[in-house]
Design a protein around this ligand. Structure first.
Ligand code: HEM
Length: 174
């Protein structure tokens, strides 16, 4: 099921928008995460945690899921395939891992935001909450690795990819 060139362009534009948007959204999130990790001011901490929850749930999670989905569609719908090239396979695995870690992490962020939203929480309690910097910075590194892999598309084919290529050659030159 190979896509028409028009459809492929459309799918690629969507895939790039969601995937690179994901990286950008995490960059915005990191600014708040740094404020949560370093600020001593209760007002700033409260605002940072509440905004982190909104960005994580309503921007980062949807972008992660749509990046994964469009990645799957564009792989299956082109000659790249899902299991033929190592770079596609590694992108798929890393994106799945990054998304799973994100889905666990948003629970922690919601927990922080609930405490921050409670008007009875003291400044000391807010300062003791901590941050998610290890995950947001680590996640960005993983996303950049996937981005570079997807742009460079290093050669390397899987066994399955070789077999499929041979089969296609036989069909086109019987
Ligand atoms: C954070 C995750 C991802 C990022 C940042 C990302 C980024 C990109 C970018 C920038 C391109 C355009 C490269 C170019 O054509 O020069 C691309 C293409 C592509 N990506 Fe992704 N991607 C991600 C996830 C995935 C996943 C999970 C898959 C597979 C399941 C995938 C499969 C592909 C394929 C097959 C292409 C080539 C499409 C074509 O030639 O028409 N990507 N990606």
């Amino acid at each position: 099921m190979i896509m028409t060139p028009r459809l492929r362009k459309f799918a690629l534009a969507a895939h790039i928008t969601f995937s690179v948007g994901w990286i950008g959204a995490v960059a915005g999130y990191i600014a708040l995460d740094i404020a949560a990790a370093t600020s001593r001011d209760a007002q700033t901490l409260r605002t940072a945690y509440l905004a982190m929850e909104l960005i994580a749930w309503y921007v980062i999670v949807p972008l992660a899921l749509t990046s994964l989905l469009t990645g799957l569609v564009i792989s299956v719908g082109t000659r790249w395939g899902l299991f033929r090239h190592y770079w596609v396979l590694i992108s798929l695995l890393l994106t799945i891992v990054a998304t799973l870690v994100l889905l666990v992490e948003v629970q922690t962020i919601s927990y922080f935001a609930d405490i921050a939203a409670d008007p009875t929480t003291s400044g000391d309690d807010l300062r003791a909450l901590g941050s998610t910097l290890v995950h947001s910075v680590g996640g960005t590194v993983v996303l950049l690795v996937i981005l570079v892999l997807n742009v460079y598309k290093p050669r390397g084919m899987t066994r399955y990819g070789w077999r499929k290529q041979q089969e296609q050659r036989k069909v086109s030159r019987p």
